[in-house]
Design a protein around this ligand. Structure first.
Ligand code: SAH
Length: 285
């Protein structure tokens, strides 16, 4: 499909039919209200998708989570920037208030971007926002992002799957929201060859205890990755389940994942990676 190079309009027009072109965000006269739910990736600004960067450049308002870095927000050159982030243990906006802010923004602004860390469809309460917008007759477009699990796998230079070792990957969180009852996260974590635990850094002791109660050996390989893809702030701790709590005590206050599985067992033996990660002192028990 040939596009007019002077036409700044969407992204969406390249891949969708004529009806979508008519509803493109840069033609507010024809457009109904619309919100772009956009993944910001794991942290590094250049891990944003091209589509996300183009939408940010067009945005009139950006409502973003706490984890989205300033370099990415800077791409929204003329937009009003509104922080609506929730971070556990910190003051936060209630989800219903965020939903209302999105609805109001969609009615007032032509190009509305709701920016979430990683991929918007994973542990980001995207469904509540989608449902609230659709109920109000507001269209939603989703732009995927690189989830933290994949940023972390890249940082530790270890594939989450590996022939003969791991053919299943579980993305899960032991965290529960306010008012929710606990859930059995350990059974799926144990059942998968590789498990990636989100929102896990600050609960490492309870996680280790839960895993061992579910039958996981204390010697099972585990890696904690804080601030994955964020350059000098990134921290990688290669350890084992029984040492998770002690290692997690070394974390700063950045977002962290716990990775579990046999694929990580050889990480410390790989001299190239060990040098890169500064692993000299921690050996898997
Ligand atoms: N939608 C996001 C996840 C949001 S939940 C995604 O797809 O990545 C927030 C959790 O993601 C954090 O508590 C942490 O476990 C993880 N996380 C996000 N960014 C991270 C990063 N740069 N490094 C390590 N973990 C990260």
């Amino acid at each position: 499909m040939h596009r007019d190079p002077a036409d700044p309009s969407p992204i969406l027009s390249a891949t969708r039919g004529a009806a979508d072109v008519a509803a493109s965000p840069v033609r507010p006269a024809c457009a109904g209200p619309r919100v772009h739910l956009v993944g910001a990736g794991p942290g590094a600004a250049d891990l944003l998708t091209v589509r996300a960067a183009r939408l940010l450049a067009q945005a009139d308002i950006v409502l973003h989570d706490a984890l989205v870095p300033a370099e990415i927000l800077a791409l929204a050159g003329h937009a009003r920037i509104v922080a609506v982030g929730k971070r556990s243990g910190r003051p936060s906006s209630a989800q219903s208030f965020i939903n209302k802010q999105l609805i109001d923004a969609a009615r007032r602004y032509a190009v509305v971007v709701r920016l979430k860390g990683g991929d918007p469809m994973l542990f980001g309460r995207a469904q509540e926002e989608i449902d609230a917008l659709v109920r109000e007759g507001i269209a939603v477009e989703i732009v995927p992002g690189i989830s933290a699990a994949f940023g972390a796998a890249a940082s530790v230079q270890q594939s989450l799957t590996q022939r003969g070792v791991a053919r299943s990957v579980m993305l899960l969180t032991p965290a529960v929201g306010k008012g929710e009852t606990g859930h059995d996260w350990a059974t799926p974590a144990v059942a998968a060859d590789t498990a990636v635990l989100y929102m896990a850094g600050r609960q490492a002791g309870a996680i280790a205890a839960g895993l061992m109660a579910a039958g996981v050996a204390g010697s099972r390989a585990a890696v904690i990755v804080e601030n994955a893809t964020l350059g000098a702030r990134e921290r990688i701790l290669v350890t084992c389940v029984s040492q998770l709590e002690a290692q997690a005590a070394r974390l700063g206050d950045g977002p962290a994942l716990i990775l579990l599985g046999d694929v990580f067992a050889n990480l410390q033996q790989r001299a190239d990676i060990a040098a890169h990660l500064g692993l000299a002192t921690h050996r898997v028990a």
